[in-house]
Design a protein around this ligand. Structure first.
Ligand code: UD1
Length: 342
């Protein structure tokens, strides 16, 4: 069993990935300072896997504190780096917060990777690096455009920093560009836990369904799309988790391979916002209070992935449907309504 360090292990994608890693025999340690997450997620991971994940409550921008984790665990074989801020709107309002947090944490980690001779890194990137994509579906060869937000820019810069670092240090790395992760583990023990009013579509839908939020606004119905609403590629968060496990396994199976690669992680299907709302209503047998509103500044019209490279190279299987996303997200929201958050 090999040891993996997951940063941001209590976050949304981090926690689902940890479950998948444990189910595949990996030993996991986590670093998460709960600045954007909640310790109750560790209980959820334990309830699902039966394993207590040891989490270091450390800020990755604190180099000395982070170094202690590497001193405690000199046998780390791979790192999955999720920890980052990810709210597009907040990044526009507080750009320095995003550049500092997302990039200092990364350069600290790379410094420690070099010092402790870690070989494998998986980096959490985003389809936002494509900007207003010039072709659909987006392949890994689609040229990246100007970043639409400081958040997206930190992902472009993060990728470049890793690529440049790997020219002077023998690092195997994979840059995974997520499209729109959504849904929750089918046990409803873990799921997305926005620290504030959610900005993403699916948590906004689920909180409207429970009555915590009054009404969902669909931003724009005059886009040049099939029903006038924006198109995105929603992918189940457990499928995203599975891709990380597949990426690590692939690097381990073929340690001499040229693992400096970029992969799109999407379901490969474009769905409109209206379709998302209608599917949610259908699978959960309810009616959502929603209305059309103005376009949201900064939104791209349509983006969806060509995922064939990840499917083929990583031997990655997608196991969940769009309906599964909408069902599991609502089950998690209902469970969450009964939980006392610390
Ligand atoms: C964006 C980024 C993504 C990033 C994510 C982090 C792009 C293309 N994507 O996703 O890389 O990881 O932010 O948060 O930049 N919508 C509504 N009403 C709502 C909320 C959303 O209609 O209340 C619509 C949006 O206009 C959009 C779709 O739902 O068309 C999805 O929005 P959202 O979930 O916020 O994700 P993105 O903006 O696509």
């Amino acid at each position: 069993m090999s040891k993996v360090l997951v940063t941001g292990g209590c976050g949304y994608i981090g926690s689902h990935t940890i479950v998948d890693l444990i189910n595949n025999g990996f030993e996991v340690i986590s670093i998460d300072n709960f600045s954007r997450s909640n310790p109750l997620i560790l209980d959820g991971i334990k309830a699902i896997t039966g394993k207590v994940v040891s989490n270091y409550n450390i800020d990755l921008c604190d180099l000395e504190a982070t170094k202690k984790v590497f001193e405690d665990h000199t046998d780390i074989e791979g790192i999955i780096h999720f920890a980052a801020y990810k709210m597009v709107g907040e990044s526009v309002e507080k750009p320095l917060l995003y550049y500092h947090n997302n990039l200092v944490s990364l350069t600290n980690l790379l410094q420690l990777i070099e010092e402790f001779r870690v070989q494998n890194l998986v980096f959490s990137s985003s389809c936002s690096v494509y900007g207003n994509a010039t072709e659909l579906p987006v392949t890994e060869n689609t040229l990246t455009q100007k970043a639409e937000s400081p958040y997206a820019h930190t992902k472009q810069m993060g990728e470049a920093i890793i690529e440049n670092f790997a020219k002077c240090y023998p690092l195997k790395y994979m840059l995974l560009r997520y499209f729109n992760p959504a849904g929750a583990h089918e046990s409803a023990q873990i799921g997305e836990l926005p620290i504030d009013r959610p900005q993403n579509l699916v948590p906004y839908i689920t909180k409207t369904a429970t009555g915590e939020l009054e009404q969902l606004s669909i931003f724009g119905n005059d886009y040049p799309t099939k029903d006038g609403t924006c198109i995105r590629d929603y992918i189940h968060v457990m499928d995203i988790g599975g891709a990380h496990t597949a990426a690590l396994k692939r690097m381990q199976q073929d340690p001499d391979g040229d693992w400096a690669n970029i992969y799109n992680l999407g379901a490969g299907v474009g769905r409109s916002v209206l379709e998302a709302v209608q599917t949610f209503e259908q699978v959960n047998n309810l009616q959502l209070n929603w209305t059309y509103a103005d376009r949201r500044p900064g939104d791209v019209i349509a983006v969806y992935a060509d995922n064939q490279k990840a499917v083929n190279d990583l031997n990655w299987q997608l196991n969940y449907s769009f309906e599964d996303i909408m069902k599991s997200a609502y089950q998690w929201e209902l469970t969450l309504a009964d939980k006392v958050l610390v």
